[in-house]
Design a protein around this ligand. Structure first.
Ligand SMILES: Cc1cc2nc3c(=O)[nH]c(=O)nc-3n(C[C@H](O)[C@H](O)[C@H](O)COP(=O)(O)OP(=O)(O)OC[C@H]3O[C@@H](n4cnc5c(N)ncnc54)[C@H](O)[C@@H]3O)c2cc1C
Length: 378
């Protein structure tokens, strides 16, 4: 009998975002003994913005009789041009949600006593067939498997693959959300029911759609408007943008409230010069825009002994795919499906997970790069 065959493993998950919490939920549903450790001390997090809903995300989050996922809808797409013109509405219904909505629905499906906030997973060491895992803020735990859902800058991946670096795509995404109640009525009317795209004068584009609001309300007046604007930036320009309000050089992103005052102050004029007037008005009205650099990353291997990388820890794909959260959900469901098997043993289950994940991740990564070439025009 191979190690773990005939019994279900004990699992530790690092990270409580979509990949990690999703894996926790899927493993718990499969009857597997799982504890989750999240670095952030609070479970009430409002870091995220909008997500285009894909079937994999629905498959993870929506279970019969479970809490419903708050969603917003559009009837179609329209493109706004910098000269003030607009394309005809193209019928294409889609649904949207927010990171916060997904997180809160998943959190309600995971046992509170198994979610450990303010706990940082450290370097695991082999111990018998399994692992000993030091967790700052908690103690040391033993497990058969460590699932690393610790994000695009995963320390666990860096220990396994120290030479692997994310490749900068040559542009950044400025992002923002604004309460619908804080938007002028005529501006709400421009964006209502529509997935709006906006071409920018010097290349690149922006997009906007409504998402659930702060209390996850989806009715008129309760929502938030979510926008993303892809802007070309040389590595030097990117690094300058990533110097935060306190003069600290950040590596990959600026959270809300971190962008420097001079950069934010220049934003309305920049938007007015580049975008359709309505989109420029939206950008100018949004408090605290935040920044994400666009990078590509794919691992050659995602399982290292009893440690498995999932979500953005394994593959970071361009947001044009609208596939990052769906990929995280897919990984979460797939690893739980493999680990619930008692017929093949833990190592064979992890190997099967890795085969499928690498094939899917590589395809999505390549697709995102191709979309970036076609759409971003930067
Ligand atoms: C501009 C932009 C737009 C996007 N739009 C979409 C979209 O429309 N649709 C979509 O599907 N996706 C979208 N994405 C991608 C999506 O947000 C991510 O792919 C998805 O959230 C999966 O993330 P994750 O759970 O793997 O990692 P993350 O969300 O980065 O979470 C990692 C978690 O691990 C925790 N952590 C880190 N280290 C440790 C440690 N040592 N111990 C414990 N905890 C730790 C962190 O605190 C964090 O909570 C977009 C991304 C960008 C940049």
């Amino acid at each position: 009998m191979s190690p773990g065959q005939g019994r279900r493993p004990r699992v530790v998950v690092a990270g409580g975002s979509i990949a990690g919490l999703g894996a926790g939920v899927a493993l718990h549903r499969a009857g597997i003994d799982v504890d989750l450790f999240e670095r952030d001390p609070s479970t009430l997090r409002s870091t995220g913005a909008g997500l285009v809903i894909q079937p994999e995300l629905t498959a993870l989050v929506q279970v019969p009789g479970g809490p419903g996922l708050p969603i917003t809808r559009c009837v179609g797409r329209r493109t706004l041009e910098p000269d003030g013109s607009a394309s005809p509405l193209q019928a294409m219904p889609q649904t949207f949600t927010s990171w916060q909505a997904v997180h809160s629905v998943l959190l309600r499906q995971f046992p509170a006593e198994r979610y450990h906030a303010g706990a940082v997973v450290g370097e695991a060491a082999p111990h018998g067939d399994g692992l000993t895992i030091p967790i700052a803020g908690f103690g040391t735990v033993e497990a058969d498997v460590l699932i690393a859902g610790d994000g695009g800058r995963s320390a666990i991946r860096r220990r396994m693959l120290p030479e692997l670096e994310a490749g900068y795509a040559g542009y950044v995404a400025w992002r923002g959300t604004i309460r619908e109640a804080d938007m002028p009525r005529d501006l709400v009317a421009v964006f209502d029911d529509v997935f709006t795209f906006a071409d920018a004068r010097s290349g690149g584009h922006a997009l906007a759609y409504f998402i659930p609001g702060d209390d996850l309300g989806t009715g008129p007046g309760e929502r938030r408007m979510n926008w993303v604007w892809y802007v070309g930036a040389s590595p030097r320009e990117r690094d300058a943008l990533l110097v935060d309000r306190d003069g600290q050089q950040r590596e990959a992103s600026l959270q809300r409230g971190m962008a420097r005052e001079d950069v934010v102050a220049a934003f309305p004029a920049f938007a007015a010069a580049e975008l359709h007037p309505a989109f420029a008005q939206l950008v100018a009205a949004t408090p605290d825009p935040f920044l994400q650099t666009i990078v590509d990353l794919g691992v050659p291997q995602s399982v290292f002994g009893r440690t498995a990388l999932i979500g953005d820890a394994a593959f970071i794909v361009r947001p044009h795919t609208a596939g990052g959260a769906a990929k995280a959900a897919r990984d979460a469901l797939a690893i739980a499906d493999q680990l619930r098997r008692t017929d093949i043993g833990i190592d064979a289950a992890l190997a099967a997970f890795q085969r499928d994940q690498l094939a899917y991740g590589r395809d999505l990564l390549a697709y995102g790069i191709a979309l970036g070439r076609r759409w971003a025009r930067l």
